[in-house]
Design a protein around this ligand. Structure first.
Ligand code: IVH
Length: 673
């Protein structure tokens, strides 16, 4: 190979690692984004021409490949422990006193840090290169998520500077910054997908995605706070972290050496206020003894180190006046009381509304008109009303009363026995319910019809074009053009989307119908068991109850839904329009053969001809069984690429035959040509 090209590849990699660090860690880019992209593109082209120079740590690998694979577990070298929590300055003071005793009166320095609210990670570096990333898991072992971690731009794939040990571990927190979290939740809301409650859940959920490209898009970040290994550069935590910073790791600027109780108290007071400006979620502070020798002296309890302690911030709370209570009507007719508040600043956002959940909660809190209410944001996005300041209540204030009639259509509300919610029974005539069902029906995880949001759904109904979900299939481009905001192109796109939705699988159609209590998972089980809408509509309650996940409540709900004449008509019209109302023959549970009867398979690795799930289905449809782990009962291991080494060893030890996908397909008589 051309020596100058290989030199150029190495040079570009080095340069791009450096620019990457300047941009994502040091916040001081030397070149423009465009110049960066040009260099990256050049490297990509050179690497394509020289596959023999493939390197998983190349800056080109950051975007992540689209290949999905399951996760393999690895044991932690040192267990990943948690921290003891404290909740007040007094608690921290007593930890300092205990530590003084533990160290027999020696002098010590404490390091104060932010406690990032994300998900813990352990990174292993060998010869200056990232080789493995493992989640906290159960503390003893976690999931290997190296490929996902490689997409995080602030994590160095190759270290810079000098002085790192040949082998070391560094731990830190993977976080989703507020801005990325808000963007992700907005996208999910638009797509009708459930929202993440907080950045912590979003970060850990993202780390476990199988699609590395999606991980790369979400914008995770990482802060490192703990260096471990045999040959660390310094004898104290603070200097080790400063060394790590010089190797390219993102170490928080908040990290501060503190000499005495006074400085610790000051640090707490300062960050209790400044954390509100932080671009990432924090849930407290961490204090650590600086000297590693002293850390070793103090040691660990079974659960946590004695040389460190967490101080948890209290949930932010604000007091504000109740302006009024309004009642929202959901697509299932559920009435939710909502407190309209005088706007108040809470954890960086202005809060104007908070859910009061149901009548029982209003009664339990004894809320009166015009009350001063305590609002809290306890790590969740929707603020909660947690209390009332009854001292400031106006003398003639009336208790808040739950409505007796639907605020939208005036129908008398009913309360189902054993349920806290009041419901409007006017399913077919109550506007927010109709519009809500249309909105749900078109959502991405349901019929996936683009271009119809809440406003459009309401306008379609207001113009008299769509009164129920079946009417969508009669919609025309000229109809849509009568609605504000639509032009030829956007209208045609919606109509195309509606036509395309006819091929959406049966299980998603069931979910899209808005049958009370039938969520996504239940819909799948129901569709699989019934196989067709005709069969489902004819199923008596006892047969419905026999379906996994379906209890008496859901069985009654399904029976009632299909017992309703209007719903039956809607279903008939959807069927006539060509919407998928059954599971295609070949994917039903009827075995294609019983060639694998009595045989148990374990699937491991990544496949090229079919997905793992398809292989699982194939095994079952030929009479075989799938198992999650290898045991004496396993007959075959169906292995793809990257089969986990532990599984391989176990299969070999037990003498279980390992077959590849071609061999498997031959086994079931499918041609592999
Ligand atoms: S040190 C043995 N420092 O909090 C000490 N942990 O509740 C290991 N965390 O599992 C942890 N910020 O995921 C440390 N500055 C920080 C931290 C931090 C967040 C997380 C970490 C840990 C959990 C303990």
């Amino acid at each position: 190979m051309n020596a100058s090209e290989s030199d150029r590849i190495l040079h570009l990699r080095k340069e791009l690692h450096r620019h990457n660090y300047n941009y994502y860690v040091a916040n001081s880019p030397e070149i423009s984004d465009r110049e960066f992209d040009i260099l990256l593109k050049e490297l990509e082209e050179l690497e394509n021409r020289h596959p023999e120079m493939y390197d998983p740590n190349s800056p080109t690998q950051r975007v992540g490949s689209d290949i999905s694979s399951g996760f393999i577990q690895a044991a932690h070298i040192y267990p990943m422990l948690s921290l003891a929590n404290t909740y007040s300055i007094d608690d921290v003071d007593s930890w300092v006193r205990r530590t003084t005793e533990g160290l027999a009166g020696q002098d010590f320095t404490v390091v104060g840090e932010l406690k990032f609210d994300g998900t813990g990670i352990s990174l292993i570096y060998e010869h200056g290169k990232l080789v493995r990333a493992v989640t906290r898991g159960d503390g003893e072992k976690g999931d290997i998520v190296t490929e996902n971690i490689r997409t995080i731009r602030s994590i160095p794939l190759e270290l810079q500077g000098s002085g790192w040990p040949d082998f070391f571990e560094i731990r830190g927190e993977i976080v989703l910054p507020w801005a990325a979290f808000d963007r992700l939740n907005r996208q999910r809301a638009d797509a009708g997908e459930p929202l993440f409650a907080n950045p912590r859940n979003a970060a850990s959920g993202t780390l476990k995605l199988l699609n590395h490209q999606e991980v790369a898009r979400r914008g995770l970040d990482a802060y490192l706070y703990y260096l471990l290994g045999e040959n660390l550069p310094c004898d104290n935590h603070y200097d080790n972290m400063m060394a790590a910073r010089s190797w390219g790791f993102k170490v928080s600027d908040a990290m501060t050496k503190l000499q005495d109780l006074e400085e610790i108290d000051e640090f707490i007071r300062k960050w209790d206020i400044e954390r509100k400006q932080s671009p990432v979620a924090t849930d407290g502070l961490v204090f650590k003894i600086n000297s590693i020798k002293q850390q070793l002296n103090l040691g660990f309890t079974a659960k946590s180190p004695r040389w460190a302690v967490a101080y948890k911030f209290s949930a932010e709370r604000a007091l504000t006046r109740l302006r009024s209570v309004s009642f929202d009507v959901g697509r299932m007719g559920n009435i939710t009381p909502v407190a309209n508040l005088e706007p108040v600043l809470l954890s960086g956002t202005i809060v104007k509304r908070a859910s009061l959940h149901n009548e029982d909660i209003i009664k339990a809190l004894d809320i009166h008109q015009g009350d001063m209410l305590y609002v809290e944001k306890g790590g969740e996005i929707i603020p909660k009303i947690t209390g009332v300041d009854s001292d400031s209540r106006l003398p003639d204030a009336e208790p808040v009363k739950f409505v007796s009639h639907c605020p939208a259509c005036g129908t008398r509300l009913i309360r189902v026995e054993g349920e806290a919610a009041w419901v409007c029974p006017n399913k077919q005539g109550c506007v927010p319910q109709i519009v809500g069902r249309i909105e749900h029906f078109v959502g991405r995880r349901m019929m996936n019809i683009d271009g119809i949001g809440e406003e459009t759904a309401a306008a379609l109904h207001a113009h008299g074009f769509v009164n129920n979900i079946a009417d969508l299939y009669n919609l025309t481009v000229p109809d849509l053009l009568k609605i504000e905001g639509f032009a030829e192109k956007s209208a045609a796109r919606v109509i195309d989307g509606i036509a395309a939705s006819k091929t959406v699988p049966f299980e998603r159609v069931i979910f899209a119908l808005s049958i009370p209590f039938v969520g996504e998972t239940t819909a799948k089980k129901v569709a699989k068991a019934a196989k067709s809408i005709d069969r489902l509509m004819a199923m008596p309650a006892y047969e419905l109850e026999a379906i996994e996940d379906v209890g008496p409540k859901i069985a009654v709900s399904i029976s009632e839904y299909f017992g309703d004449q209007e719903n039956r008509e809607i279903v008939e019209r959807l069927k006539a329009a060509g919407v998928t109302m059954e599971i295609p023959q070949e994917t039903t549970d009827t075995p294609m053969s019983d060639i694998l009867a009595g045989k148990t398979f374990v699937i491991s690795g990544v496949f090229s001809r079919h997905s793992r799930d398809e292989y699982k289905d194939l095994i079952e449809s030929h009479g075989g069984k799938n198992a999650g782990s290898i045991s004496k009962k396993t007959d075959y291991v169906l292995a793809g690429d990257n089969m986990g080494p532990a599984k391989l060893e176990k299969a070999n030890n037990l003498g279980i035959p390992i077959i590849n996908e071609d061999e498997f397909l031959k086994m079931i008589g499918t041609s592999t040509e």
